[in-house]
Design a protein around this ligand. Structure first.
Ligand SMILES: Nc1ncnc2c1ncn2[C@@H]1O[C@H](COP(=O)(O)OP(=O)(O)OP(=O)(O)O)[C@@H](O)[C@H]1O
Length: 252
């Protein structure tokens, strides 16, 4: 079966000044199968966010290719890119970043549907269904992002991400800003959604303990490269690299 996401030989070089460059991502290849939950972990500066930004097409690649559902989207732009990108949606660390602070959560979620041709009333009904799916009361739609808790706002952000029925959610530190109990609630929600909707997740995270029970596979990044890969039990139970062991020791 074609993977939902496949990246091949991804590389990103940033200019530092007139003469120097920084190799932030160096020959990274991996794939995410349909319904699979994959985490990328690694210390700060190891290149996780740069990979996420390239996969999300927020940063151009220096080299390499990105396939979404088998289509090479590395160079796609405009309408073609938007069409393919509905299969992959992003959830950010700060839930409020997913919403315009001047608009209600309901408007923010319905907007995505309206942009894809939904009529106003149908979009509003679908928005309420999505809120329910994510464990929120319909009444929360009338609230602004700053009027709800971080956990509620992240649930609304997930509802928004689900609006276009994606196959893959890219979650960039999506629970890091939340309290530990709220983190657990959001992970439980994601696990339920994964079962009900057969979603795949690419989880960018620095905390290996957080993803231990949640993910099917873990990729460990160090200095722009994937240095280790396996199930959480393999990576945590029998790390092959001293770097991975240090990463585990730092949080467990
Ligand atoms: N726009 C940029 N310009 C120059 N260098 C950058 C830029 N973005 C990231 N870098 C550098 O690339 C390297 C990888 O950074 P990246 O943010 O991808 O790491 P990370 O693993 O996501 O870290 P964190 O967990 O702190 O977010 C770092 O050395 C960083 O300073």
């Amino acid at each position: 079966m074609v993977p939902v996401l496949q990246v091949e030989h991804l590389r990103k070089v940033f200019p530092v000044d007139d003469r120097r460059t920084l190799l932030a991502v160096d020959d990274v290849s991996f794939s995410v199968a349909a319904g699979e939950k994959v985490a990328i972990i690694g210390e700060s500066g190891s290149g996780k966010t740069t990979i996420a930004r390239m996969v999300a097409r927020l940063t151009d690649v220096t080299a390499g290719r990105i396939f979404l559902q088998g289509t090479d989207i590395t160079q796609l732009t405009g309408r073609k890119l938007r069409e393919h990108y509905r299969h992959m949606q992003l959830v950010f660390q700060s839930p409020a970043d997913s919403f315009d602070p001047r608009r209600t959560l309901g408007d923010g979620i319905a907007e995505g549907l309206r942009n894809f041709g939904w009529q106003k009333e149908a979009a509003w009904q679908e928005m309420e269904r999505l809120l329910g799916l994510c464990g929120l009361e319909a009444g929360i739609a009338a609230h602004y992002p700053h009027e709800v808790s971080g956990g509620q706002c992240q649930r609304a952000a997930i509802a928004r991400a689900l609006a276009l029925r994606p196959k893959l959610l890219l979650l960039d530190e999506a629970t890091s800003a939340l309290d530990v109990t709220v983190q657990a609630d959001i992970l439980a929600l994601l696990a339920r959604l994964q079962r009900e909707l057969s979603l795949a997740y690419l989880f960018i995270c620095h905390d290996i303990a957080l993803v231990q029970d949640f993910c099917d596979r873990v990729l460990v990044m160090h200095e722009g490269r994937i240095v280790e890969e396996g199930t959480p039990d393999e990576v945590i139970g029998a790390p092959q690299q001293a770097y991975t062991q240090r990463l585990i020791d730092s949080v467990l």
